[in-house]
Design a protein around this ligand. Sequence first.
Ligand SMILES: Nc1ncnc2c1ncn2[C@@H]1O[C@H](COP(=O)(O)OP(=O)(O)OP(=O)(O)O)[C@@H](O)[C@H]1O
Ligand SMILES: [Mg+2]
Length: 391
Amino acid sequence: MEYLSEILKILDGALKANASMASNYAGLLADKLEGDGDKRQARMIRERLARAPAALASAQDAAKGFSPANLPTDGESHLHTVDVSYPAQGSESLLLSSAVESRVQEFLANVLRFDDLARVGAAMPSRLLTYGPPGTGKTKLARYVAARLGLPLLTVRCDTLISSLLGQTSRNLRRVFEYSQQQPCVLFLDEFDALAGARGNERDVGELQRVVIALLQNIDAVPESTIIVAATNHDQLLDPAVWRRFSFRLPMSEPDADLRRLLWKQYLEPFSSESLDLDHLAKVSEGITGANIEQVCLDTKRAVVLSNEIAIDEDQLLRRLGLNLALTDGRVLSTIESEIRWLSRWAPKYFSLRTLGRLYDLSTRQIRKVLKEEIGSGSQERTRAGVECEG
Ligand SMILES: Nc1ncnc2c1ncn2[C@@H]1O[C@H](COP(=O)(O)OP(=O)(O)OP(=O)(O)O)[C@@H](O)[C@H]1O
Ligand SMILES: [Mg+2]
């Protein structure tokens, strides 16, 4: 049957005496029918909706719809366990490699054509798990998915969901999943490992086990068409049973050179990137994340505006990139001298004595002296772990 998932949700709404759930999904059904050219049926549904007892729906809305007044809260800390946002189409400019992009499109197609696929038994549960290092765009991906589907994003902060009270975490989870059934949305479980950590982990095994079991039960209790996106930096911590519940798995990694070039271009806007050597930037920024590229660009753009310049200074941009890479690498560059030494080591061809002199407002003789001091004293920059790194 076409649109079975909407009809089941309307039925759920009726059975739970939840008028806003039933009418939200009826509205969605009308939109879909209209999209198919079935204007008459869409009109019939809307007319029926218009006749619904508005007072009842709005009273229930106040209690049940997505509104800041009734977000689920943790019984102990009274903090909200979810927040609702409405990412707009076009505002989430996510850049992906072609392989990842096609996997995301596959997921979106599965969601949008769920009923058609279900009819021939080929629908996959609308659940996507994304994993990878920090700053590679996992949260951005969840926003992008919601924007593309035109749905609100219900973000669950898994760490605030975990309560110190025994049993409260499972209750929090149940409330969040129930809340997600009020109206069509993307349920986003961020920092997912906090919840889905493998059973049998070292501490508090019993409680963790109960949380994982509650999570599995909640996932299984909602219809397969419920859109769930989960994100984690620690995929190796996930329980295999949780892992199996997600039919779409998307590894996010540091961008390759082509993607880095596009990221530089995107984040340097509105400053013209024509005068900059983007290929060179992409090449020397190997290993950096999208988040770091964005950060370097923001810092550089801010400096341009605050110093009343009109264009980006490529030397300054590369300097910021170099310092950002050092930081990512855990190197502590606490003095100007250590910065100069690092830049000259990192990109010796680029950071000539003259360029360094201009950047730091020093003469080439002074720069030469700074560089010599390092060789003379054998001093090398410390890494964050306190280990000496090679010069
Ligand atoms: N592929 C990308 N395309 C566009 N922007 C990106 C990309 N990767 C990262 N960014 C930018 O980097 C910033 C951080 O991204 P995001 O918060 O999605 O990372 P994350 O993977 O969720 O990190 P964490 O694991 O720390 O939560 C965002 O502002 C985003 O705009
Ligand atoms: Mg994130």
